[in-house]
Design a binder for this molecule. Sequence first.
Ligand code: BGC
Length: 758
Amino acid sequence: MNKITTLTAILAFSLSFSQQPPQLNKNNVKEVVKAMTLDEKIQFVSGIGMSVSQSSDGPVAGSIGGKVPGAAGATVAMPRLGIPSIIMADGPAGLRIEPTVINGEKTYTTAFPIGSLIASTWNPTLSHSVGKAMGNEVKEMGVDVLLAPGMNLIRNPLCGRNYEYYAEDPVLTGEMAAAMVNGIQSQGVGASVKHFVANNQESNRNGVSALVSQRALRELYLRGFEIAIKKSNPWTIMSSYNKINGTYTSENSDLLTAILRNDWQYKGMVTTDWLAGRKYADQVKAGNDLLMPGRKQETKKIKEAIENGSLQEAELNRNVQRILELVVKTPTFKQYPYSQKPDFTTNRAIAQQVAEEGMILLKNNAALPLSAGKIALLGNASYDTFVGGTGSGEVQSAYTISFYDGLKKAGFSLDENLKKAYLSYITEEKEKRPKRMSILDVIKPVEEFPISEEQLQQMSRNCEAAIITIGRSAGEGSDRSLETDYVLNDKELALVKATASAFHAQGKKLIIALNIDAVVEVTKWQDLADALLITWLPGQEAGYAFANIIAGKTNPSGKLPQTMALSYSDIPSATAFPGLPKRTPTESVYNEGIYVGYRYFSSFGKPVAYPFGYGLSYTQFEMKKLKSPAKFNKKLNLSVEVTNVGEVAGKEVVQVYLSAPAKSMDKPALELKAFAKTELLNSKQSQTLSFTLTPESLASFDAARSAWVVEAGTYTVKVGNSAENILQTATFTVPKEIVVQKVADVLKPNKAFDELKR
Ligand code: BGC
C-alpha cells in the first residue's frame, strides 16, 4: 500500500467513523435525540405490546411475547443508536407475567396481598419490604418497570379497582405508596405510580369525566400522588383513562406539565394507560411522553400535527429525551444478566407477613384467638379462598393456601368430608360457567354451598366454634354491584343466621371472616357474629396468615384504610356514583367536594359501622404523655407514649389528626396528618413515637388564591387509634397566616355544580 492509498483509507475510515451515529449512554441522551430522524422520534414515543394470550393457567392480557412473555408492553428498540427495548409489566399485587418454563419447570411469580391490605398495615416499613420483594422479581425476571403501585383515592366502595388502591385518605395513600416505590426502586428497577388522576370508577372509565373542584383535586385526589412523587421520585407515572373537567388526563398539559412538572418539579417519564385518550398529538404536546401500547394511527397523527405546526418538534424531542433518560437507568440497558431465579423463599415470607399485619379485627367478643380444636369451617371461600382481584392486577401464582389449608397445617381439626363436599360443589358450579377468556372477566363468587340444619346441629355439638368465610372479588373494567356484591345475598345471610343460632344454642362462638376486595355492608347481620375479621384478598399465602391470626400466633394490628358506613346511602358519593347517564356515565359529579370518607362522617356527625383507622388487637394499648409545643414555629414536633397494657405482645398504630380553626376556610372536623406503627410491644412495654408537622402538612388549598395556605389561629392535635377514638389532645397556635406555595391556577371545573360545604 503506497502513502496515498494509506491516507485515503485513513480518511475514509475516520469519515465513516464520524458518520457513525452516537450510541446511547447515560451522558449523551441529548446527542442521541439530535441524531434521531423525525420518523424515528415519532416511532419512539409510541410503544409496543398488547395481544391477548391464553396460558394453561388462564388468560394473560397484554402479552408482548419475546423476552418476557406476559409483560404488558415495551418501548421500541433502535439498534442504530444503541437503544434497547425496555419492558414494563403489571402490577400492584406482584409481577404479572406468564408463568415461564425454565429448565423444564414452570416458574411462577409471587402473588402478594392487594393494595388495600398493604394500606391496612399502616406500616410504611412493611410496604417498603413488599416493594423490595416485588422489585427483586421484576429485576430477576428481566423486566425494567413495574406498573405499580395503584394509588387512586378510594372515593366510593363500589369502584371495581379499589382492591388495587390504598385508602380514602391522601396521607395514608401517599406514605404507603412512597414506601412501596422506594422499595421497588431500591432494586434498580422502576415503578409507575398510577392512574394519574381521579380514576375513581371503572364504569365507562375511557369516556367519563370527573367534574371536580380544584380544592378537592389538590387536597385529595392529587395529594397522595404529590406526597409519593416528592418522597420517592418514581421513574414513571401512568396517566389515567378518564377525563377531568372535560379533558382526558393524558391530553391535559395543565395536569402533566403545569402541575406535575412545574408545581411538583417531577423529572421522570409519563406513560399513558393502555390505549388511553383520543388525540395522540395532544398527548405528546401535554407532556405525556410515551403512548402505550402503541397504535398505528398514533404515528400518522403525530406526523400530521408536526407538519401543520400544531405540535412542535421541540415538544416531541422533550418527550423522547425523557423516555431515553428512563432507558439508561434500566437493567436491560445495563445488560443486567437476569437470573430468572428471584428470591422466592424470602418473598413468600414477606407476602405472608404483610398479610398477617393487614388483616383487621373489627369485633371480638372473647371469640378469638381460638386454641387448637375442632372447627366447623363454612363458606365457599374457606376452601376456595380469593387471594387477589382480576384485571391487570391479577397475578398467576404457583399455588394458593386456602383458609382450610392454613388452619389444617396449624393443627386445627377440620372435617375432611366437608372439605371434599365443598370443593366438588365449587368445581361443578365453576364448570357450568363460560370459560374465562379475558383477565377482565371478574370472578364472581359461587352461590353458597347448601348446609342443612341437621348438619349445623351436629357440627355445633362436635366443634369448638364455627368460622364462616364470605368471599368477594372484583376487578378492572367494571364496578361492583350494590345489590349483589356490596350487601350479603340471601344464601349468605341464611348461612350466617342458621350457623349463629345452632352454635349460640350450644354456647359456642361464630367467627366471620370477610375475604373481600372492598368493604361490604355489615350492619344487618354483624350482631350474629362473635368475631369479625377482614382478611382482604391476602395473596398466595392467605391460609397461613389467616391461621396465625385465628390461633393468636400473630396479634392482629391492621386498621381500616376506609370507613365502613352503616348503610351505602350514608356515603356522600352514593347518589352521584358512578355518574350519569346511568348505563354509560359520561360525567361523574364529585359534589361531596373535600368531604370524602371520614372527612364527611366526622364533619357531619354521621354514625358509622366502623370508623377510618379502626382495628382491634388481642391486647390493649394506652396512649399518654402527648407533648406538643404551644406555638407553631416553622414546624411542630410532637411525641406520644404508647404502652401495651394487656397481656400479650402486639403493635399499635398512632394516628395524628388535626382540627383547624376553620375561620377563613371551610375545613373538615379532622384530617389525618401523620401516623406511625409501634414495634411489637410486649406486655407492659412502652414506646415513644415522634412526629413532625410542617407548613405543607397543615396547609389547605385556597382556590381563590390558587395557593396552599395555613390559616392563623388555634389548632387542635388529636391523637388516637381511629378517627373516632381520640385519646390525647393538645392545642397550638399559628400566629400569622402562612402562604406555603402559590401554584398553577388550573383544572377548573368546566361547568358550575353544587359542592358540599359545612
Ligand atoms: C390498566 C393499567 C395496566 C395496563 C397494562 C390497563 O388496562 O388500567 O393499570 O397497567 O392496562 O396492563
